[in-house]
Each structure stands twice: as C-alpha cells, then as structure tokens.
Design a protein around this ligand. Sequence first.
Ligand code: PLP
Length: 433
Amino acid sequence: MKRVPIYGCEFHTIPLKTKIFNSMKNTGFTTTALNVPYAKQDPHNALQMPLYESVAYEFDSAEQIEANFRGEYIAHVYSRTASPTVEYFELKLKALTQSHGAIAVSSGMAAITNTIMALTKSGDNIISGNRLFGHSYALFQKTLSEFGLETRFCSLSNEEEIEKLIDENTRAIYFETVTNPQLDIADIEMLSRVAKKHQLLLVADSTITPPNVFNANKFGVNIEVMSTTKYISGGATSFGGAIIDQGNFDWNLNPNTASYTKKFKANAFLMKVRKNVYRNTGGSMAPQTARFQIQGLDILELRVERCYQNCLALGEYLSSNPKVRKVSYPGLESDERYPLAQKYFNGVPGTIMSFELESKAACYSFMNKLQIIRRATNLNDNKTLIIHPHSTIYAEFTEDERIAAGINDRMMRLSVGIENVDDLIADIEQALK
Ligand code: PLP
C-alpha cells in the first residue's frame, strides 16, 4: 500500500515543502507564521486552517485500516492522539521554533508532565531550579515523587553545586528561562555545558520567553516545554501546552527512550510522548483550542513587541516615581540581569515586571484604585494584569520559604498588556496618589 507522505500526526518528519515555503526559508517570524503550509492541501484552498472537530476518521477498506495500525499507511485515526487542526498548530510551532518537531497538549502542566514522564521512570531523578512556577514545583515535589521520581532542587547558579547532585540515575536538568515573579535569568550556556558533560537532557520551560525572542537550540536546550495558554494563545483565549524537541539529543543516551530509537530513530522522544505517554494519559489539545492558538502564533510577534515597548515605558515611569521603592525588569538597562537578557532573549526577557511600594497596605490600596489594569493572576493576556504574589501565588508557602524564593509583601507583579501606554501610566499615576 502506498505510504502517504504527510501528517504531523506521524512525528512531524514531514519537510515543510511547498513552493511558497521553500522560496521563503529565511523569512521573518511573522511571515513564516503566516505561510506555513498545511500538512495536506485543503480541498477549497481555505486561507484559514479549517476547524476539524471530528473525533474519528474513516478508512476506505479493512486493509487500509490494518495498514494504518501497522504503521504503513499514515492517516488520522482518533483525535485523542492527533487531529488535523491540532496538527497544523504543531507544524507552525515546528517551523517557528526551527525544531525537529512539536507536540501540542492540553495545558502547560500537561506539557511538563508528559515530558518528564517520557524521560524518566521510578527510581530516577532530575535536577531542577528551586524558583519554579508553583504548580511545576508541586508536580515535582508532590505528585511525581509519589511515583518514585526524585527532584533535586537547587539554585542552578553554581556549576559545581549542580554537578554534585548528579548521579547515575539523573536524567535531566530542568529550568525556567525566566523565573516568575523574581525574573531571574538562568545561565543557559552553563547548564547546557553541564548537561552535555553528563549526557543529560536539558529541559527548559520557555513560557515567558516565546520563540520569537528565544532560540532554544542556539543555547543547547534539548526540549522546550511551554504553556501556550500565555503568549501563544493570542491573549488568554484558551489553555494549551507545547513540547518541542530541538533534535539535538542522541536518544540512545537516555535509557528510557533508547528502546524507541531502534524503530523511530530521531523521533524516539516525540513518539514516546505521543504513542505512550499522552495518548495513554489523555492530555490532547482540543481542535477549537488549536484554532485560537494558530491565530495566536500569527500575531505573536506584534503583541510581544507592543508589550515590550509598554514594559520599557512603564519601567521608566515607575523607576522615576518616588513612591516606588524598586522596579525589576531585566529589559531595563539599569537591571543587573540586562546583559543576560541581551544575550539569550535579544533584549526581550518576556514582558512581566515587578515593583515594590513601602508596605503591603500600600500595595492593596494601590491595586484597589486601579481602573484599567486588572487584578488577576494570568500572564500575557492582552490586558495588563496585576497581582500581589505574597498573598496569592505564594499563599501556601511559609514565610521562610517565601524569603528563600525572594518574595516579600511589598511587591506586585505586572503582566504588561497591549493597551495604549499613556492610559496605563495615567492609571498607575492616579492609583499611586
Ligand atoms: N509554566 C509557567 C512558567 C507558567 O507560568 C505556567 C502557568 O502560569 C505554567 C507552566 C502552567 O501552564 P498552564 O496553566 O497552561 O497549565
């Protein structure tokens, strides 16, 4: 039976081949986003990827379906494993991250869980930064530890300290490109050096620094996990997650993927995730979500640029206001992490910032007076959002744990949106009075 040379549902090995795409290989981010070809030509030449909501897909004959199950005829089968609209989102991610392949899942947490489950087994350990998104921390410390995976937390700032934690059961080093709300930036090149030396995977949560500002492959990251709920969703439209394989790791080196390399070669990890972990745990992305997220990729660069300009303007305004004690945004030249932001993120270390007033009471009074900026916990909405991390995201932490995490009760986090910046400044100004 003829093998049909299509479908991201089979590991995204398909070259992105069309006349338009081939002649535009070196195009910019948004041009690429708008021109990634579909896996299969649309019968109506629709300019927007149609929304395929079907749960299952039909075959022409019993022989054809048998060939499909033997892996000899590639086609969509059942949407918990893969579906056309989600597949197109994955193809766009693959093109935009210039990676080996991408898998979309139901949330950022699903992306992290699937990745770690594919790379480890009971008795293994991973090394992780200790300043993590709270639910990632809880996933490692509580949920996965109950299944026999140990996470060795450390600051990830000291090469020797990391090396001391590595043993024969270590499988990966896990970190967030920019921590939130501290906005620490990892020394990614150092982490990559350690990971390579010990033949470990380097896994980055790059949610805060989307692919138009961070080139993971360039700095030696092997796997990226992202909450596409944030920037990529187009502005808090839907939940999603992505797992990106940069294609720069020899999967024979990980005992938990080695058996897949025989059959799937460079696709060992992606196939383990798709065929073993997420298919069986049921964390697929919904087609409607993919529709939002496809649009989100088209406008990602525009939104990041606007948020970044707003961040710089707000940072300058806040720094000049005597009521503000401290402003943190590594995109500002005055910030000590500015050189790392330049090196790793083209100067754009995400668009989240934090600032401090004199007391918790002052923060609450300020937040309650805001009229345009919204009191909410999400990141990278189109709207600017503010939160008081000490009393919310860190509510379950002891005071000692908060201090260790760099959180005090005078601090607020701003996720900067795309509003007209003069309105944001006016809102802050009236609330500070
Ligand atoms: N990673 C980071 C850095 C996050 O900030 C979040 C959510 O805020 C997640 C992962 C989890 O993403 P989701 O809410 O899509 O599961």
